[in-house]
Design a protein around this ligand. Sequence first.
Ligand SMILES: Cc1ncc(C[n+]2csc(CCOP(=O)(O)OP(=O)(O)O)c2C)c(N)n1
Ligand SMILES: *[C@@H]1O[C@H](CO)[C@@H](O)[C@H](O)[C@H]1NC(C)=O
Ligand SMILES: *[C@@H]1O[C@H](CO)[C@@H](O)[C@H](O)[C@H]1NC(C)=O
Ligand SMILES: *[C@@H]1O[C@H](CO)[C@@H](O)[C@H](O)[C@H]1NC(C)=O
Ligand SMILES: *[C@@H]1O[C@H](CO)[C@@H](O)[C@H](O)[C@H]1NC(C)=O
Ligand SMILES: CC(=O)N[C@H]1CO[C@H](CO)[C@@H](O)[C@@H]1O
Ligand SMILES: [Mg+2]
Length: 788
Amino acid sequence: MKIPRAALIAVLSATSAAAFTTPSHQLASRRTSLASTFQDVERNNKVEIVEPEPQTAAPPTPRPVLEAKASRKTRAAISDMFKQYENQSGAAIVYSKLLEHGVEVVNGYSGGAVLPLLDQFHLDNPRHHEAGYKPIKWITNSNEASAGHIAEGYAKSMPINGPHKPCGVAVATSGPGVTNLITPLQDAICDGVPMVVLCGQAATTAPEDAFQFAPAVGLTSPCTKWSYQIKSAAEIPFVMDYAFYIARNGRPGPVFVDLPKDLQNQILDRDLIEAYIDNSLPEAPSDAIGMASLKTETRPNGELFKAVRLGYESNGLSFDVTEKDGAYKMEPFSSKNGSFNDDHHPTNRVYWTSNALSGEPEKVTKEGDLSLKDQVSKDMINFIKRAKKPVIIAGQGCNDSAEELMEFAEKLQIPVTTTLHGMGCFDERHPLALNMLGMHGHPTPNFMVQEADLIICIGSRFDDRITGRMPDFVPGARKAAELGVGGIIHVDVRITERAKQIEPHFFVHSTGKNFLTTMNKALNESEDLQIQTTDWVAKQKKLEAEYPITIPKFKPETYTKIDENGNELTATRTMMSAQRVVQELDKQLLAAGKMDDAIFTTGVGIHQMVAAQLITWTQPRQMLSSGSLGTMGVALGYCIGAKLANCGKITIAVDGDGSFNMTFTELKTVAEQKIPIKIMILDNEGQMMVEYWQRLFHDGRYLAVRNENPDYVTLAKAFGIKSVYCDNEDDIEEKMKEFLFADPDEPVLFHVRINRTPCLPLVAPGQPLDDMILTDIDVDVDQSAAPS
Ligand SMILES: Cc1ncc(C[n+]2csc(CCOP(=O)(O)OP(=O)(O)O)c2C)c(N)n1
Ligand SMILES: *[C@@H]1O[C@H](CO)[C@@H](O)[C@H](O)[C@H]1NC(C)=O
Ligand SMILES: *[C@@H]1O[C@H](CO)[C@@H](O)[C@H](O)[C@H]1NC(C)=O
Ligand SMILES: *[C@@H]1O[C@H](CO)[C@@H](O)[C@H](O)[C@H]1NC(C)=O
Ligand SMILES: *[C@@H]1O[C@H](CO)[C@@H](O)[C@H](O)[C@H]1NC(C)=O
Ligand SMILES: CC(=O)N[C@H]1CO[C@H](CO)[C@@H](O)[C@@H]1O
Ligand SMILES: [Mg+2]
């Protein structure tokens, strides 16, 4: 499918690109009708071209002519835009694009297939001489999985008020380099972590099944938002722009780019640019040709233009090539067609469904704008205002709107519970804070979510870890809905989340921030605002007093220890629980006024859930944990990444011995780069989370859950890292202080020997959310409940 070059070079409009974009919310606010078919009507209208008033009496130009003209204009702009990469190698363009996208640090590992790209990072590479920019910091890790986890930790914690949205970058070689990255990629797609992974690949000219070839795109497609192997160095500018856009926008996530070695070395000369524009930019998407095509779109002023459509045929997005003072930019353009587009351009629409939750087939639906003037929005505001037992579930989608959330909750006195990734979006020092809900949630939010008449879920996807058994989830809201006085409101940036787990009465397709700001404005303007929740908040206080999280304590014991001279002696100590140690950590950071400056990472296990429960979360993006995939071994990598992105913060890995054992080779990076992170190993010589399930569901037949650990203090020494040890309640205060505050500029490893305690409460898998195991006694559990 070749486009004749002659047709393209013809007339080029002398007018500049007249580039501008209209934010999608402005487009949305133009809608007024509530008809459920309105959107479709509008779509049909949109397709028609609004011709500008003809200035002379000339007849209107036929559409095909306009399209051809627009196509030439866009192709010319692309040609100009690509000039800045002329004569660069593929690898050099990749590096230039990393700089353009604000990348400051890259983690990775070497290998033959990635050498051209790797060479770009070398400070002696001539490209950096007098280039007028700060070269990207390259960090070599101990394996590619670590590089991925570090990139994730970086992205998860990177400040969100900078010029670029957060994103982590990892670089590796082909074959085993790629397969080692599968775990972080899956981890990132599960938890919505923006990350761009760049890997070498055997040359396109290599024989079949060449050395270190792996079907990288096939392997990574299921665990990325977009995975693509470049077909030419000429594609790289588009590939990199699209990679960063996709990773950072909509619900963020990972992207994989496969870079065959010959194409890393390919020079993008003028001929290649021209051949690309002529032959690889069809007028309709084609996965066979490449990842870019042109698409006819209409600007809000009615002007027809050709957008650059990037990505795969089925899931692509449109961009407007704009020019300002000779600098070209790819502005995202909502093509208002399809869920992939809508997932990246929230429509700010509100969808109301009657009989939601009731399972009745006959639904009445209405939709409108998220706006104070819109009737559907007004109905939603009234729905909220009259609730007597409302609860807000705040998820990661609130990570940039803590202030708005606080304003909203305070105005109506609505208690707020948070998911694992939402923790800190609502300051837990506030009386309305219910803390975390879910399988290991605090008892109070679990009880209150079940009893609530109205659930307002903002930026969370009703994961099974927070709902328990779905048919038994939110019985109170179901009952209230039957009586017409309550139900569910779900706010999500992805249209595809609508009714995925549970059908809401109102689905708001928007960001948490937009929703909360609109609600707060509406409440500011409403004169009859009455607090309906006084009894409900009183109930919260009562439940909190009645069902605190208990801190397991132990009696003093005598034990034998070996002193420095190898002599055995008998000594006394009081062992601690994970809960006790985390409580001390929390206490000291709060007392020192340092909580707002701390970022925590965890592995997976009871130490993770205990940290979630007992740390007083005060800031969004303060808890970096593998929530959805539950990846053991991430704590160290996340923590390194968090420190790289936040050098002024105290970054603390709260790790389990099993989790730490999986990835402690990364201590090498900590030592080599002198990254002053704090690593606390809660060593219960076992995998307590699994052990407890074996106790509950397999009659205590323990297998594969007891660890024989190395001496972590000696291990730290082997890497030249300072360490602190504690196994005794009597010492914990002082040792914790030393760990936290003694050497702020040095990495420290804190080995804490603890007793095996479970993390309670626990909602057994497949049980209703309020059916919690609260105390560690022999409990009567349903052994047939399939743990999952
Ligand atoms: C990579 C990986 N393998 C296996 C598991 C299953 N798993 C979940 S928690 C856990 C035990 C974790 O042990 P540890 O890190 O010591 O945490 P503890 O529960 O003892 O605090 C295991 C094996 C997992 N989550 N991730
Ligand atoms: C690229 O190289 C060619 C051939 O050496 C040269 O004519 C051209 O000016 C170069 N272009 C740029 C933008 O440097
Ligand atoms: C919208 O997308 C569908 C396929 O997803 C396509 O058939 C249709 O032509 C598109 N409509 C417009 C207006 O682009
Ligand atoms: C609502 O009013 C308060 C108090 O005047 C103000 O601080 C806040 O910014 C307003 N909120 C919005 C969203 O306008
Ligand atoms: C670490 O934990 C694993 C289980 O997670 C255990 O089998 C092993 O003995 C421990 N020690 C080392 C050095 O891996
Ligand atoms: C996963 C998620 O929702 N992350 C959001 C955190 O906040 C940033 C900054 O606004 C958003 O861009 C992310 O989408
Ligand atoms: Mg353990």
